[in-house]
Design a protein around this ligand. Structure first.
Ligand code: NAP
Length: 340
């Protein structure tokens, strides 16, 4: 039997690790590749997965999606290892230096929008971004552009008309149109780089479907709900989360988006693994949900975006790709000539 090949970025913790565990429970005949930036953490994740699935085929691949050189090397390595990739989970993500916007928090807390504010984080979270060695905004490069370059670099492994492959992005309900601008798509001017990057992810997924469906490649976006992971523990100190945890379990009775555990947050990611990609709607976001009684299920929601904007954004990414790769190769030539 031919084994299906699954690559997961950010597989060493949180939702990515839970996803890997659940995929192996779903089908232990897959070839699973953990694409992580830290090899020690990747090895620990592999050991943990092998302890519950000793016969599983699990390999690791080094990739830092915020470094184009690393992404290009990882793509080269994937092309050497595999003839095709059936599923590429674009899951690695960051929300650096998050802070709560106290003014929005206090005014929202006692308003009718309180639950909406908690479930979407709308206006609540602000971040301080930085510029990477590639000269790009870090949140944009990690959450969007590094993954885009990876897809483009392994197109030949992903595009098969007779047997389609899937791209599955971990987006967020925090993806907000109002936080994103085509004029500043890296979000260098604002304080909501995370929100902007997740909206960019949604736009990109729509454009990828337009450009690649006919070549047998399909893209979907998922919102995992609010999940307790390293990312959320970075927003508030852990003692605060422990303090408000009873309130969160209470709110869970009124909302289905508090999935809380990485296992439940991975629900929609696993659900997509079982679907025929041709049957999916490119304009829908798939939400992991958990009922008050703790049952997991998937909800479909039409995304609030214009296809025209997704195309403009896609063209901007192609331009940026060309410039960035040119810069990278010039830098490599300069180093090479100064050494020889
Ligand atoms: N938790 C939530 O409530 C929530 C809600 C909506 C969406 N999400 C999304 O879910 C995804 C997974 O996040 P999580 O909540 O599971 O948090 P997490 O436990 O912090 O996982 C993030 C993963 O991304 C990896 N990563 C970060 N920067 C990277 C880089 N430059 N190159 C390669 N890997 C990198 C991390 O690796 P290291 O261990 O090396 O840092 C880690 O494996 C993210 O895209 C996040 O935006 C989470």
């Amino acid at each position: 039997m031919i084994k299906r090949i699954v690559v997961v970025t950010g597989a060493n913790s949180g939702i990515g690790l839970a996803l890997c565990e659940r995929l192996l429970m779903e089908n232990d005949q897959i070839q699973l590749c953990l694409a992580c930036r830290n090899m020690q953490k990747a090895e620990a994740a592999r050991t943990a997965l092998l302890s519950s699935h000793p016969a599983a085929d699990i390999s690791i691949l080094q990739v830092d999606v915020a470094r184009l050189k690393s992404v290009c090397q990882a793509a080269k390595e994937l092309k050497q290892r595999y003839q095709r990739v059936d599923y590429l989970y674009l899951n690695a993500g960051i929300m650096p230096n998050p802070r709560i916007n106290i003014k929005v928090f206090l005014s929202g807390l006692f308003s009718r929008k309180a639950i909406h504010m908690f479930t979407t984080g709308e206006g609540l979270l602000i971040q301080k971004d930085r510029v990477t060695d590639d000269g790009l905004q870090e949140v944009f490069e990690t959450n969007v552009f590094g993954h885009f370059i990876l897809i483009r670099a392994i197109e030949s492994l992903l595009c098969h008309v007779d047997n389609p492959s899937q791209l599955i992005w971990t987006s967020s309900s925090n993806a907000r149109k109002s936080a994103f601008s085509l004029l500043d798509y890296q979000h260098s001017q604002g304080q909501e780089s995370y929100s902007s990057s997740k909206y960019a992810t949604d736009l990109l997924s729509v454009a990828l479907n337009r450009h690649f469906n006919q070549q047998g490649l399909y893209s979907s976006v998922v919102c995992p709900g609010l999940v307790m992971t390293n990312l959320t523990y970075g927003i508030l100190p852990s003692f605060f989360w422990m303090f408000i945890m009873p309130i969160m379990w209470l709110i869970r009775i009124f909302t289905n988006t508090f999935t809380i555990t990485p296992y439940s947050g991975a629900e929609a990611l696993v659900w997509l693994f079982r679907q025929k990609p041709e049957s999916l709607d490119p304009l829908v976001k798939y939400h992991s949900c958990t009922s008050g009684l703790g049952n997991n299920y998937v909800e479909h929601e039409k995304m609030d975006l214009e296809e025209e904007s997704s195309e403009i954004f896609y063209q901007k990414l192609l331009d940026l790709e060309e410039q960035s790769l040119k810069k990278l190769s010039t830098a490599a030539k300069t180093i090479h000539s100064s050494v020889s």
